[in-house]
Write a protein that binds this ligand. Structure first.
Ligand code: 3NM
Length: 222
């Protein structure tokens, strides 16, 4: 297996939905199914924080969600848990700055997709040197979902990274909705990653649809 191309990844990262059971009011299976029907292009299973499942329950939910992703050919990534990603033969792993080092994870996962959260230029450069395929950059806007998130940086951080020569695919994260997604793309991101805008929406399908439209409209302006 070869590493995914930048072009293919850019295309797939447009509407990146991240979710765990504690981000949902409805059953995660239904939320993800609706999100896919609405047009998400990438999925990360992030079972973390207060009330998160662990052990066999976590594995069972991961398998269920992976099966839906497979059915619709949506890449399925696992947050942080490299062993789970390998056991399920997931499409990749996403890690934060507090998780295992990116170069060590890269060695473990071979050519699978590796995403790394970066908050500034130094972290972005190091992640790339250590084998990241894409960067998650945030928080762009204030978020209620991640309790230990840093201060919102605005879209300027994206512009800055591009101006400083970071060319690998980037998704913005943190407080992104259909109303502000265009700014994120215009500032240099290839896509938007969201949790609550879809997971807590009355209609995850409609919300995903609106996000996809905002992103695609902004990408077409480029
Ligand atoms: N990471 P919502 S912000 C998981 O800044 C995560 O690295 C962030 O949730 C970072 O779309 C965040 O509901 C939470 O704001 C995103």
């Amino acid at each position: 297996m070869e590493r995914i191309s930048t072009k293919q990844l850019q295309e797939q990262l447009r509407v990146y939905f991240i979710m765990g059971s504690n981000n949902c009011e409805k059953h995660p299976f239904d939320v993800l199914t609706e999100a896919i029907e609405g047009g998400i292009t990438f999925f990360q299973f992030r079972e973390k924080g207060h009330g998160a499942l662990s052990g066999a329950e976590k594995v069972a939910l991961a398998k269920e969600l992976q099966a839906i992703c497979r059915k619709y050919s949506i890449p399925f990534l696992v947050n942080d848990d490299v062993e789970l990603a390998l056991a399920l033969d997931a499409d990749g792993v996403h890690i934060g700055q507090e998780d295992e080092r990116a170069d060590i994870v890269r060695r473990k996962i071979g050519a699978k997709i590796l995403g790394v959260s970066a908050h500034n230029l130094d972290e972005a450069k190091r992640a790339i040197e250590q084998g990241a395929d894409y960067l998650g950059v945030g928080p762009i806007f204030p978020t209620n979902t991640k309790t230990d998130a840093k201060e919102a940086q605005g879209v300027e951080v994206l512009r800055h990274l591009r101006e400083q020569g970071i060319t690998i695919p980037i998704v913005g994260i943190g407080g992104i909705t259909a109303d502000n997604a265009k700014e994120v793309i215009r500032a240099g991101a290839d896509g938007v990653s969201v949790i609550s805008a879809i997971s807590l929406a009355n209609s995850p399908k409609e919300s995903a649809k609106q996000l996809a439209k905002a992103v695609d409209d902004a990408l077409h302006e480029k």
